[in-house]
Design a protein around this ligand. Sequence first.
Ligand SMILES: O=C(NCc1ccc(CNCc2ncc[nH]2)cc1)c1csc2nc[nH]c(=O)c12
Length: 244
Amino acid sequence: MRYDIVTIFPEYFESPLEVGAIKKARKRGLISINILNLRDFAYDKHKMVDDRPFGGGEGMVFKPEPLYRAIQKVKGEGSPYVVYLSPQGRVLTQKIVKELYEKKHLLLICGRYEGIDERIREHFIDDEISIGDYVVFGGEVAALVIIEAVSRLVPGVVGKRDSVEKESFSQGLLKYPQYTRPRDFMGYQVPEVLLSGDHARIEAWRRRKSLETTLKRRPDLLKKASLSPEDEKILKELGWKKYE
Ligand SMILES: O=C(NCc1ccc(CNCc2ncc[nH]2)cc1)c1csc2nc[nH]c(=O)c12
């Protein structure tokens, strides 16, 4: 997987891409990440990357030429899928993460201020993605979300392969609760089943807990989840109204 990131704050990416699984994956050549400083593509004396909006209004807009030059540079080195991170984009889901993974090479354009010149958005952007219905300062944090979520699908990046497939979000349910030592914490015990060594019972308990947690906190996920007849039986017992 290859990522190119266009930003006016390259320093933003220094530490998050230098820790943990992403750092290891980069070292092992499983993923490559290049940061392009938009200012390097502003050839005028003042290296202007943004300017005031035509028609008035507050805030600044990214000028088209520097963005165009940055995009062209990356296109000269490969065939990137150009993604503009913006509040107006389609909201990221695991399904979209998988689509992005299939592209193998992403060029992530991080906006700031009021966004980018429409002529770039219209003619040089392949996709526009938001990370949710709330407002942050710029596209950089969204680029990190995409890099982490997509990189988890690259074989070898996440330890045990099956753990990614089995991941509850991939099956559309929330994860079951987790416990670790000590067995007794301030008088709060670990559920006995988890100490039983009976893997079938543990598996069943975990599935029930996933269903319970999902029903309680994210019933919306149940409509899209792949549920077995046994799952539906448990959900009905828990008071799930399937067609409500
Ligand atoms: O660049 C991003 N945000 C910076 C930002 C914040 C506010 C505004 C101006 N407000 C829009 C408006 N102007 C007028 C009416 N409405 C534009 C851009 C961003 C990238 S992906 C993402 N995903 C979720 N949320 C986000 O903010 C983002």
